[in-house]
Design a protein around this ligand. Structure first.
Ligand code: GLN
Length: 575
């Protein structure tokens, strides 16, 4: 068995200072030095997973290939590391307690008093080790802030893991925040000193301190922290505010972070890092040749711009990745779909955009406005990209306005519609009756066969995804627990994998009539029971009108942009 070394990342002072991106960046750096690195996110909340959290409060729900509904930090890990990360890499207090209590009920602890220590902490360790297996490095990001009541068991567990595997195999990184209060304009180290002290209560002394602040740390403050934490000034790393996420690993490397970490473990680089491609992409994000205006028509608008972008973080990222490859910047305007319901002349505003996106969503709020925006895109030849709900609503729009099915709808919104073009599938209905709402979605990666001659097919082939997904399909075939995701595979190697998170589907009953009227279903998933689930639509003759039942934004990476986003921006450039 491969020996894994652990890097534990904890946050001091306040949350929201980029612990997730720092974790992802450190993992990326180690990868660049030739090591296999993974990252694990610990969320100390009681929720079993992020599936039921409100996106406006907690940011987007990230979906993994194996169907986990996870904290969005896992998305950053994947985007940086360029690999698929399992749901097991997200550990919550809820999962730990549920597992331990289930075991207790089964009688597995017969006679024992079941306690936080050792039973809860043992289960934490077991999960960390399981997720880390096979990797040279596992980064363990502890959510929340040091001093939070709920992350104490996790700190205890990593400390205990350290004792088991030897202290030479674990290092600790404290990410802290140094405020510069506006009335004195001076950077303050006191909160950091307190965080260091709090961490020491768990027996943990940081090997590195990453100092997040508006500005770089000066020598005086570096020295102060060095003395207080009793570590080398070399290990106090300055992490000033940046505007481009992907420049974080480059900045860390300027401080020699990779080599410093390796030397703490007594290791040498296995290869010389090659950042040239990454640097070039970052440079293009910084200096785009052109700006494109993209309208995102959505519902979570009431909460102001700040958190809004967090609710759709993967879409923003996907546009950034595709834009970096094309040398353009996609500027997103968030438009409240409801505005189009109140006043149809507002639709004219859409004319100034180079492209329109309707993202995923649930429920009826803003639905008619989104449908109007889609109609506008279709009729005015404006590039349109529909994601999940954005595809369902495009099908509804087409049914109503092209096929003449008045009142066509999704049964999610109108259970009594005469034309339920979007509907629950029988197996799904059964699940909802049996289990209520939780755990009834089509979640995770599913295979889709692409039709020859389609735009979608061309994009997946051109970007190399067809080839890449073929390899992933081989791996999935070998996994009996996950192979159901493939359904019945086409023999012609035109199969791709995208992630899903939805309950409703295009009703197979209406596919023929929609196609007769000109909507092209360019990809489908063929379930083992023979049902065809529609995965992609496109409109031949339109500049770009493509939508998918999947969430391709979960597979976009800086170095490998998602095919549909690339095609969408290319079309937007031509408009
Ligand atoms: N509400 C739709 C469904 O459940 C779409 C979900 C989504 O966009 N993620 O099928």
């Amino acid at each position: 068995m491969k020996k894994t070394r652990y890097i534990v990342i904890a946050g001091g002072v306040i949350s929201g200072v980029g612990k997730g991106s720092a974790t992802a960046s450190i993992a990326k750096i180690l990868q660049q030095y030739g090591y296999r690195a993974t990252a694990i996110k610990i969320d100390p909340y009681i929720n079993y997973d992020a599936g039921t959290l409100r996106p406006t409060e907690h940011g987007e729900v990230w979906v993994t290939d194996d169907g986990g509904e996870i904290d969005q930090d896992l998305g950053n890990y994947e985007r940086f590391l360029g690999m698929s990360i399992s749901r097991g890499n997200n550990i919550t207090t809820g999962q730990i307690y549920k597992e331990v209590i289930d075991r207790e009920r089964k009688g597995e602890y017969l006679g024992q008093t079941v306690q936080p220590i050792p039973h809860i902490t043992d289960e934490i360790k077991r999960r960390i080790r399981e997720a880390a297996e096979g990797f040279d490095f596992a980064l363990v990001e502890i959510g929340g802030v040091i001093g939070d009541y709920e992350n104490i068991p996790f700190l205890f567990a990593v400390k205990s893991l350290e004792r088991e595997i030897g202290e030479e195999n674990v290092i600790y990184v404290l990410i802290t925040y140094l405020p510069i209060p506006s009335h004195i304009e001076e950077m303050k180290t006191k909160p950091t000193q307190q965080a260091i002290r709090l961490l020491s209560e768990s027996g943990i002394f940081p090997d590195f301190i990453l100092c997040r602040a508006r500005e770089p740390l000066d020598e005086v403050r570096k020295k102060k922290i060095e003395t207080y934490a009793n570590i080398d000034a070399d290990c106090v790393i300055s992490a000033p505010d940046i505007d481009i996420l992907y420049s974080i690993p480059l900045n860390f490397e300027k401080e020699g972070m990779g080599r410093k970490i390796l030397s703490k473990f007594g290791l040498k680089p296995r290869k010389t890092p090659d950042w040239s491609n990454w640097e070039e992409l970052v440079r293009r994000i910084k200096n785009p040749t052109r700006e494109l205006k993209i309208a995102m028509v959505c519902k979570y608008i009431e909460i102001g711009d700040y958190r809004l972008s967090d609710s759709y973080i993967s879409i923003n990222q996907s546009l950034e990745h595709a834009g970096a490859h094309l040398g353009v910047r996609a500027r997103i305007d968030w438009l409240d779909a409801k505005v189009f319901e109140k006043d149809r002349s507002e639709l004219e505003r859409l004319r100034e955009y180079d492209g329109i996106i309707v993202p995923g969503g649930f429920g009826e709020s803003g639905v008619e406005g989104k449908i109007e925006a889609i109609r506008f895109a279709r009729e005015s030849n404006v590039p349109y990209l529909g994601l999940c709900y954005g595809m369902q609503l495009a099908v509804i729009e087409f049914a109503r306005n092209v096929c003449g099915m008045k009142g066509a709808h999704s049964t999610e919104i109108d259970p009594d519609t005469k034309y339920p073009v979007i509907d629950l599938q029988p197996t799904q209905k059964l699940l909802i009756e049996e289990e209520g709402y939780g755990g009834t979605m089509r979640l995770g990666a599913y295979a889709a066969t692409l039709k020859k001659g389609s735009l979608v097919m061309e994009l997946y082939a051109r970007t190399g995804r067809l080839e890449e997904d073929r390899k992933r399909i081989e791996r999935l075939k070998a996994d009996p627990k996950q192979s159901f995701r493939l359904g019945i595979l086409s023999m012609e190697e035109r199969t791709i994998l995208e992630r899903h998170r939805h309950r409703y589907e295009v009703s197979p009953r209406f596919v023929d009539i929609l196609e007769e009227n000109g909507l092209f279903f360019s990809g489908y998933h063929l379930r083992a029971d023979g049902t065809r689930l529609m995965e992609f639509i496109e409109l031949p003759g339109h500049r770009f009108f493509v939508a998918t039942q999947a969430h391709p934004e979960f597979k976009s990476m800086l170095e490998k942009p998602a095919p549909l986003f690339l095609g969408f921006l290319e079309a937007a450039m031509e408009k």
